[in-house]
Design a protein around this ligand. Structure first.
Ligand code: SF4
Length: 352
């Protein structure tokens, strides 16, 4: 088990962040928050995939008004994401946001930030100080350039301000789209503060590249024990953010949820349409919460061995496949019926 860096613990709704809490998975809706039906539908879908905390953009009064209704229909805590207009932060807190994320640098003068701090304090909710390489203060950029030092200086400046206002219910992020820059910044930051850290690679890109950049960046930080909650940023469907986030924490044995899938890379011996079959098996079982091991293997060389060592498995053959359960052959099935038969077997065993 990786050793995690010790931090203070805060609560976003009923989800603990930092301390000995597991690394929580966040995502952000991409619906218009004022479109209540679409937003609730998306959040419920993300909940079913294991999203622990959801963030919603609150750019206007219609969005802030929608928070009450949205909150009443979902299970997971909501973070209101606020830029520029501090009054939206005040209203979001009054409308039940479980936390707010602000970049104090773009909220305006100190009085406005203090108003947000006071309202959060009265409601007992945390604030994420979200520093981003794209919106650093001019004087800091002049002094340090866009560097890890600059990101950390900016974060520490805000932390100092919050502490002077007697507010400690904080988590911090220092994000950049460059992986080395992000890693350096978090390494530097975690030696300066013991607040929980929200980690991620900002604007990581479309599914394929974004998934790789996020996995490398977030994975590197987590492997050093840095990071208490994470968001994988992808251009596209937020469901993918949650799925990728879970795969990252599962791959480092930080958390377990749902099946561990094993499938072979295929080769000249493969005798069934394995890539298609493996993808369909994964898709059919993606909402299972039980930590099963499932193997989908292409041929009789390594196939039966791997499949037998898993809770459930398929080993392909010529136009057919063998289904295993806990090392025992259940049946031999024609290729066209393999997926249905395999999924049905799990359903019959209570894995729905
Ligand atoms: Fe090739 Fe069989 Fe290994 Fe798959 S399990 S890569 S088909 S040898």
């Amino acid at each position: 088990m990786l050793e995690r860096r010790k931090t203070k613990q805060i609560y976003v709704g009923d989800v603990a962040v930092g301390g000995d809490a597991p690394v929580s998975i966040q995502s952000m809706t991409n619906t218009r928050t004022s479109d209540i039906e679409a937003t609730v539908r998306q959040i419920k879908s993300l909940e079913s995939l294991g999203c622990d905390i959801i963030r919603v953009a609150v750019p206007d009064n219609d969005s802030v008004a929608a928070l009450v209704n949205i909150k009443s229909r979902i299970k997971i805590p909501v973070i209101a994401d606020i830029h520029f207009d501090y009054r939206l932060a005040l209203k979001a807190i009054k409308n039940g946001a479980d936390a707010v994320r602000i970049n104090p640098g773009n909220i305006g003068n100190n009085e406005k930030v203090v108003a947000v701090i006071q309202t959060a304090k009265e409601s007992g909710i945390p604030i994420r100080i979200g520093v981003n390489s794209g919106s650093l203060e001019k004087d800091i950029v002049k002094k340090y350039g866009v560097t890890a030092r600059a990101l950390v200086e900016s974060a520490l400046r805000h932390v100092d301000f919050f502490e002077k206002n007697d507010f400690y219910n904080i988590k911090i992020s220092v994000k950049a789209s460059s992986i080395p820059l992000t890693i350096d910044a978090y390494r530097l930051l975690c030696n300066k503060v013991d607040y929980p850290l929200h980690i991620g690679i900002t604007e990581a890109g479309t599914l394929f590249k974004g998934m790789i950049k996020s996995s490398v960046g977030i994975g590197a930080l987590l492997s050093e024990g840095i990071g208490d909650t994470l968001r994988v940023s992808l251009t596209g469907n937020p469901e993918d953010e949650v799925k990728v986030g879970w795969e990252i924490v599962k791959s480092l044995n930080l958390r377990q949820r749902g099946p561990e899938f094993i499938s072979c890379p295929t080769c000249g011996r493969t005798e069934i349409e394995l890539a298609d079959l493996a993808a369909k098996v994964e898709k059919s079982l993606e909402k299972l919460k039980e930590p099963l091991s499932i193997a989908v293997m292409g041929c009789p060389v390594n196939g039966p061995g791997e499949a037998k060592n898993c809770d459930y498995g398929i080993a392909g053959g010529k136009g057919q496949g063998i289904i295993f359960k806990k090392g025992v052959v259940v049946e031999k099935v024609p290729e066209k019926d393999l997926l249905e038969r395999f999924v049905n077997l799990l359903r019959e065993d209570g894995y729905n």
